[in-house]
Design a protein around this ligand. Structure first.
Ligand SMILES: Cc1ncc(COP(=O)(O)O)c(C=O)c1O
Length: 375
């Protein structure tokens, strides 16, 4: 405890949250109403999410992981069914597949760090029931190609859009509009409420099924039609997120400005591989992530130590391919075909602060610190 209290606050944290009078007013309204559970604020939250993803329906749940579980269950997947996903992601992606009873397989990633359609195609077989790209760091996967691939094979697309609120694809389509879009509203996400999630979709019947599964399998009170869950969101947390939908565009603009300034400053430093945005995609920069090649003077652990010394936040998202842990390697429903590009990326990525509360001076200090360490 004492250690925690003594821990120094970083001068430039990797993420920072700003909640103001609008969020306070929303929360106070819920508290004063006495209606804390799922109610009108959740309904408003769902309509804002549908608007953000450009879908007809949105089903709010209590976090991004349960959004993924519900999407998989809603499609009726279970034992003997395979879901193909990205090996370069947070554990929630794979945990959700395993929780639904299905088997997980991994393609490899492209230059955008996202699941690559070519390796995905090579894995599609008789047991494949869904493709689940992850829009890592706030950049969508190649969804136009995935849409074609999925249509050709009669497979649904489940998007892990946890990091991609408002991101767009090269055709201008929205993240979350390609099938079942699963978003997280965890405390550090671009729109957040502490813990929260949503599934965006166009299919009305499937949305009804998801609403039943979310609410203990009840169509109406005590009318149980399927074994379900309690994955409901509360009005109290929906209230925290509501004002942020109006603030999102400006905040994403600031993230884009920050990423551009970091790109300009870090360009040309030996061994630094800058993040790549595929042509036409609207990146929302949940994370700004560079890689260190073998030409770099330091490895990423050494660079991380320099950044810590300078009180600059950073993170390894993610330090290993998601399957590269004993609990998954030994799991009977985890099939590892080998994803060398993901393994290589995971061993060399380091994320730097890009959040909207950074000043240009903060960004220049980050650049100077990395530059000095690596020149
Ligand atoms: C890629 C990815 N998928 C899924 C999740 C799970 O979301 P949550 O933490 O809200 O359960 C997260 C967020 O933490 C994530 O980053």
């Amino acid at each position: 405890m004492q250690l925690l209290c003594e821990r120094k606050q970083l001068v430039i944290p990797i993420s920072k949250v700003e909640l103001g009078p609008e969020e306070e007013a929303q929360v106070l309204e819920v508290l004063r109403s006495g209606h804390l559970a799922q109610g009108p604020k959740v309904a408003e939250f769902e309509s804002r999410c549908a608007q953000l993803a450009g879908t007809q329906q949105a089903v709010a749940v209590n976090n991004g992981t349960t959004a993924l579980v519900l999407a998989i269950e809603g499609l009726g997947l279970g034992p003997d069914d395979e879901v193909i996903t990205s090996p370069f992601t947070f554990s929630a992606t794979i945990n959700a597949i395993l929780e639904s009873g299905a088997t997980v397989r991994f393609g490899d990633i492209g230059d955008d760090y996202n699941l690559d359609p070519t390796t995905t195609l090579s894995l599609i077989g008789g047991a494949t029931r869904a493709i689940m790209p992850v829009h890592l760091y706030g950049q969508t996967a190649d969804m136009e190609t995935f849409r074609k691939l999925a249509a050709e094979h009669g497979l649904p697309l489940i998007e892990d859009a946890a990091q991609a609120h408002g991101a767009t694809t090269s055709s201008g389509a929205r993240a979350g509009s390609f099938g079942l879009g699963c978003f997280s509203f965890y405390a550090t996400k671009n729109v957040m409420c502490g813990e929260g999630g949503v599934i965006t979709l166009d299919d009305h019947d499937l949305a009804d099924r998801l609403r039943i599964l979310r609410n203990q399998g009840m169509r109406s009170r005590y009318d149980y039609v399927v074994p379900g869950h309690n994955y409901r969101m509360t009005d109290l947390v929906a209230a925290i997120a509501l004002p942020q939908f109006d603030q999102l565009e400006a905040r994403v603009e600031r993230r884009r400005h920050n990423a551009a300034r970091l790109n300009a400053g870090l360009d040309g430093i030996s061994g630094v591989v800058l993040p790549r945005t595929a042509p036409g995609r609207g990146h929302v920069w949940h994370q700004y992530t560079i890689r260190l090649s073998s030409a770099a003077r330091l490895n990423r652990e050494e660079l991380a130590a320099v950044l810590s010394e300078a009180d600059i936040g950073h993170g390894f998202y993610y330090p290993r391919a998601v399957y590269d842990y004993e609990c998954y390697r030994s799991h009977p429903r985890v099939v590892i075909d080998g994803s060398p590009r993901a393994e290589e990326a995971a061993a060399s990525v380091i994320s730097l602060p890009v959040h909207p509360l950074l000043t240009d001076q903060d960004l220049d200090l980050i650049v100077e610190t990395v530059d000095r360490a690596l020149r």
